[in-house]
Structure formats: structure tokens, C-alpha cells
Design a protein around this ligand. Structure first.
Ligand SMILES: Cc1cc2nc3c(=O)[nH]c(=O)nc-3n(C[C@H](O)[C@H](O)[C@H](O)COP(=O)(O)OP(=O)(O)OC[C@H]3O[C@@H](n4cnc5c(N)ncnc54)[C@H](O)[C@@H]3O)c2cc1C
Length: 144
């Protein structure tokens, strides 16, 4: 793509996590167990249970990491479909741009070099199967 951010920069900025500061302030009772049950029930138990559990039990730490590490701000508690309580912590911009743009600033601080219009074609592995490189196509133009 000619711009950074993917879907994450245009999304609604709602970060679902149980036991957050916004929930405590609003008096919402929540827990990782309840979030996991909501995720499993609303997906008709078709989820990969271990991955769903990983999300439910680590979401609060991940959200707080975005606050402390990149300075993300969450200002509004919202409902999202499938959740039995208000647990969608909305970013100040009501968009994922609050996270992506701040991650980008941090990445640049850390010396990460960004390359746009660069398509990953395949991973390259050595004889042992270890990934040792990637093949990319650069300078792609969007066909008209
Ligand atoms: C309108 C909208 C609103 C949403 N609102 C919410 C919300 O409020 N809360 C929520 O939790 N979720 C929301 N979602 C879902 C959420 O945005 C996605 O689940 C999330 O952004 C996916 O992140 P990702 O990193 O997997 O993909 P992306 O953020 O899309 O990033 C993928 C990146 O990889 C690049 N890419 C793909 N293939 C290649 C390749 N071969 N080579 C090089 N680069 C490549 C893409 O260009 C892109 O930059 C929303 C989605 C949409 C579309």
C-alpha cells in the first residue's frame, strides 16, 4: 500500500478488555472469564479456545501497555456486539489511528525503517527450515 496502517488505522478504535480503568470508573463489573464466555458463546463455540483465552486474559495488560509505552488515550466506554457488558475502551479519536500513529512514532524512535509500496511475496528458508529472508516486490503501482 502507498500508506501505512492497514485496517487498523481506519477502524473504530474500540479496544475490548475486561477490568480497565474506564470500566472501574463506570462501575462495570467484568472479568477475563466473562469476556471469554462472551467470545465463545457469540461465536457458537467455533473459536480456537486457547487463542480466545489468550485474548481475554491478556487484553487488559495489552491496553495498559499501549497507554504506558506509546501514550495511547482511551476516553469513552462503549458497547460492542456480542459483549454482555460495556468493555470497548474507545480511543480519544474514535479511531485506531490513535494507536497506529503512536506506534509509528515509537517505531521510528527505535530506528525502524518503514518501506511503503513493498509487497511480501514469500519467506525464504534455509535447509533446516529456518526463515533467513524475505522476497519482496517494490514500487508497485495500483492498476487503473
Ligand atoms: C471499518 C472498520 C472498523 C473496525 N472497528 C474495530 C474496532 O473498533 N475495534 C476492533 O477491535 N476491531 C475493529 N475492526 C477490525 C480491526 O480493524 C482488524 O481486525 C485489525 O485492524 C486487523 O489488524 P491486522 O494487523 O491483522 O491487519 P491490518 O491492520 O489491515 O494490517 C495489515 C497490513 O499488512 C499489509 N499487507 C497485507 N499483505 C501484505 C503483503 N503481501 N506484503 C506487504 N504488506 C502486506 C496491509 O497493507 C496492511 O498495512 C474494524 C475493521 C474495520 C474495517
Amino acid at each position: 500500500m502507498p500508506v501505512h496502517g492497514g485496517n487498523s488505522i481506519i477502524n473504530g478504535g474500540d479496544f475490548c478488555a475486561p477490568g480497565t480503568k474506564l470500566q472501574r470508573e463506570a462501575g462495570v463489573q467484568d472479568s477475563p472469564e466473562l469476556m471469554l464466555n462472551d467470545m465463545l458463546r457469540k461465536c457458537s463455540y467455533l473459536n480456537h479456545p486457547e487463542l480466545a483465552k489468550m485474548v481475554a486474559y491478556n487484553a487488559k495488560d495489552a491496553l495498559e501497555w499501549t497507554e504506558s509505552y506509546i501514550g495511547a488515550r482511551y476516553t469513552k466506554l462503549n458497547y460492542q456486539g456480542g459483549h454482555s457488558v460495556k468493555r470497548a475502551n474507545g480511543t480519544i479519536s474514535a479511531s485506531g489511528s490513535e494507536l497506529v500513529n503512536k506506534l509509528l512514532v515509537k517505531a521510528k524512535e527505535l530506528g525502524v525503517k518503514l518501506q511503503l509500496r513493498t509487497k511480501l511475496v514469500r519467506f525464504m528458508s534455509n535447509k533446516e527450515g529456518r526463515i533467513v529472508g524475505i522476497e519482496v516486490r517494490k514500487g508497485l503501482q495500483i492498476p487503473r
